[in-house]
Design a protein around this ligand. Structure first.
Ligand code: SF4
Length: 374
């Protein structure tokens, strides 16, 4: 089905036809994972879960950047914010993620766990920015301070951060640096396939990330695992179309790597952004929350830009980081649990007082279940 205008992607008559096609095709129970927090929210917001045949289970994967950021990285951000003369700049979602109480991260006077928001209330200079270039501007306006940007996110946000580092080098802005906690999607798919307890029949692949990395970035993964994969956009018809393609692949026994978001995603992706990433970053083994270290699944700043690497510029000591007690974010991120299966969901853990990052972030699965699940 070819759609041309945005209204068509939200047209209920078109959605009904797509659902009818899915219903007529599906014969078996299937488990499909969306590997993107924006898909998770879009699926809930448009009510897609409630109108799909009950044989389809939608699992939310490790696609929320704040949620997959390791606890040790969160603790490092807080530790950094406590250093004198430092201005921490960040996207807003990170502000309320709880840190660990530990010997190095001194407990707050009121006995509660810290977070960047609480550190700011304690007088630390932590500023929410809307782009990395805003952070660079903060550095230019505050030459006597050291300005650090907290770099979290996937291949979608990493190019803008690479561009800011590149610009800082061009303009010789020496008081700007980035703490790099970026993650990459294809290695996470590999890690999911290697987990014995994870059962996935097909992947709804992320649209935004794919705009940057292109269809070709998934080809080695697909070749190895021969599992149905469809790149999807974010409107209701985009998602239903992609689910329909996955179901057709599964029922026909003919897995494929398909691009259902061709109005934005090409085979090659954004080669300019890829070159910038290649220039500034190199792949690294990094730790994902509750999943552990995934080989070559993150980015670190290359040696030639090391003066913009906050980890080399600052002595950031973090010990005893622990995931929040009782929090099931780890299982939720790999699709083995849903938020209502966490005993803290809606009882102890709420968006006002979150225990884990999946309840903090607007793209977090727990926050989406809290807001939209009936
Ligand atoms: S409901 Fe709260 S405690 Fe439970 S998994 Fe989600 S974020 Fe963690």
């Amino acid at each position: 089905m070819t759609l041309k205008h945005l209204e068509e992607y939200r047209d209920s008559a078109i959605a009904e036809k797509l659902i009818e096609r899915i219903t007529n095709t599906i014969k078996h129970d299937v488990r499909l994972m969306e590997v993107c927090g924006t898909h998770t929210v879009s699926i809930f917001r448009s009510g897609i879960r409630s109108i799909l045949p009950p044989m389809i289970s939608l699992l939310s994967g490790p696609g929320c950047p704040v949620c997959v950021t390791d606890q040790k990285e969160i603790d490092a951000f807080i530790e950094l914010a406590r250093k004198d003369g430092v201005i921490v700049t960040t996207f807003g979602d990170l502000m309320r993620v709880p840190g660990t109480k530990s010997s190095l991260l001194k407990e707050r006077a009121d006995g509660t766990k810290s977070s960047l928001l609480k550190e700011r209330a304690d007088g630390r200079d932590i500023r929410i920015v809307y782009s990395t270039f805003d952070a660079l501007e903060v550095a230019k306006k505050n030459p006597a301070k050291k300005v650090v940007f907290l770099g979290v996110g996937f291949e979608t946000t990493a190019p803008t951060i690479a561009a800011a580092i590149f610009s800082a080098a061009e303009m010789n802005v020496d008081n700007f640096s980035v703490i790099c906690a970026h993650k990459l999607v294809p290695p996470a798919l590999e890690a999911l396939m290697a987990m014995e307890n994870v059962q996935i029949d097909g992947f709804l692949l992320p649209g935004h990330v794919s705009v940057i990395i292109g269809v070709k970035a998934y080809q080695p993964f697909f070749k190895r695992h021969q599992i149905p994969c469809v790149i999807a956009g974010f409107e209701p018809a985009d998602i239903l179309q992609a689910i329909g393609l996955l179901v057709e692949q599964i029922e026909s026994g003919r897995p494929a790597l398909q691009n259902a978001y061709s109005r934005a995603v090409t085979l090659e992706g954004n080669t300019k952004a890829q070159k910038l990433l290649e220039d500034v970053f190199e792949p690294a083994d990094v730790c994902w929350r509750a999943i552990g270290v995934i080989p070559q699944s993150g980015l670190k700043i290359r040696k030639k830009y090391e003066r913009y690497d906050a980890e080399t510029r600052f002595d950031i000591q973090v010990a005893d980081s622990m995931d929040p007690k009782g929090c099931a974010c780890g299982q939720i991120l790999i699709g083995t649990k849903t938020p209502p299966q966490c005993p803290l969901f809606k009882t102890v853990c709420t968006p006002i007082d979150p225990v884990g990052p999946c309840m903090v972030s607007t793209e977090g699965t727990c926050a989406a279940y809290y807001k939209y699940h009936i």
